[in-house]
Design a protein around this ligand. Structure first.
Ligand code: BT5
Length: 330
């Protein structure tokens, strides 16, 4: 039943116009009455289906509530999301992908949930992931890279999320080092990269992406309101989560392939294009000193390059950046 439904959605998706009940029944090996019953089930799931006499059926739109089916519908990727798992509620999508990785699931496996009750940020921080309001997604990657290059994947993901927002709206997303995505100085998205490595090789990476999509202002927790926002709050419009996820996956695949073929330089360029306060002066503190410097870009190992007034450049791996007006500390 479940697999027939998936096949049916794929068939409907593969044609430009309508597809007849007869053809569907032939291809699926079920009766025309059974096809009709499946159509009714899809309608109950929230699909809008047009049925035209003598022409057949066509999906006009998929439901707002995401499911494995709606996410697969129209996803024209080569490898990302072919293995895809959707859950209504999980503790954290990261943990599920770790389990799937250990079971040998392939590069590009995606886990996505409507809600996370123990969403994770970096360094055991919490990630607020309310039901149906955002994209809470982890991707399994098996890159052929030495562990020192793993930060490049995180930088890559940040550029993908920024490009997606820029392509779908008039908003101006910015990437705040190391990996926050800001709109109007407020964080709308965060990335958590976890790696399983052995000496010189990465076994796998779990790339977690969290994006606040349709929260209203009052739905942002009070303690982070000053620094967090959502796409809806910033753009004043509702975003279709299914299409937004598919856009991310498509761009991710394309960018990842470009990275595999041509290396890090194009990612670096994109990152610096979206980089928050790149070319601007900020105050930097480490354990030893506090000084003013102009941010100049990023390094392939994920370090932030800063140039002080006397022209000396430094690579920062961990430092507190005082982002100044509108920003908050790293
Ligand atoms: C991050 O951590 O920004 C990484 C977030 C990764 C979340 C994804 S969702 C899918 C996958 N599954 C998971 O369990 N996690 C990943 P960090 O830079 O440490 O930021 C965390 C801090 O941001 C918190 O301490 C809060 O101050 C703030 N914060 C928490 N929830 C937020 C939200 N929804 N939007 C904006 N800021 C938030």
């Amino acid at each position: 039943m479940e697999s027939t439904r998936k096949e049916l959605i794929q068939l409907l998706n593969n044609v430009e116009g309508h597809i007849s009940g007869q053809e569907l029944s032939g291809q699926l090996g079920i009766s025309r009455t059974a096809v009709w019953k499946h159509m009714n089930e899809l309608k109950k799931d929230g699909y809008e289906i047009e049925a035209v006499q003598r022409k057949g059926y066509k999906i006009l739109s998929s439901p707002d509530k995401i499911s494995e089916n709606t996410l697969r519908w129209g996803l024209d990727t080569k490898w990302i999301g072919h293995e895809l798992h959707h859950y209504d509620q999980v503790e954290s999508t990261q943990e599920i992908v770790h389990q799937l990785a250990k079971q040998g699931k392939p590069h590009g496996t995606v886990v996505i949930a409507d809600e996370q009750v123990k969403g994770k940020g970096r360094m055991s921080r919490n990630w607020d992931s309310p039901k149906g309001k955002g994209i809470w997604m982890s991707v399994l990657l098996r890159p052929n890279l030495p562990p020192v290059q793993a930060p490049q994947i995180t930088l890559l993901a940040a550029t993908v999320l920024a490009r997606m927002i820029a392509e779908r709206s008039a908003l101006a997303p910015q990437i705040k080092w190391p990996n926050d995505l800001l709109i109007n100085h407020k964080k709308v998205s965060g990335i958590l990269t976890e790696m399983q490595a052995e000496q010189d090789t990465i076994q796998y990476i779990v790339l977690g992406m969290g994006m606040n999509v349709n929260q209203e202002d009052r739905e942002i927790p009070a303690d982070i309101k000053y620094k967090a926002s959502s796409l809806k709050i910033e753009s004043r419009q509702h975003w279709n989560i299914q299409q937004t996820v598919q856009h991310i996956l498509r761009l991710f695949e394309e960018t990842y392939e470009r990275f595999e073929a041509h290396g890090f330089s194009s990612i670096k360029k994109d990152w610096e294009h979206f980089g928050y306060k790149i070319g601007e002066e900020v105050t930097i503190s480490t354990m030893k000193k506090t000084w003013q410097a102009t941010l100049v870009g990023i390094e392939p190992d994920g370090a932030l390059r800063a140039k002080s007034k006397d022209g000396e450049e430094e690579k920062l791996y961990s430092a507190e950046i005082h982002w100044g007006e509108g920003g908050y500390h790293a």
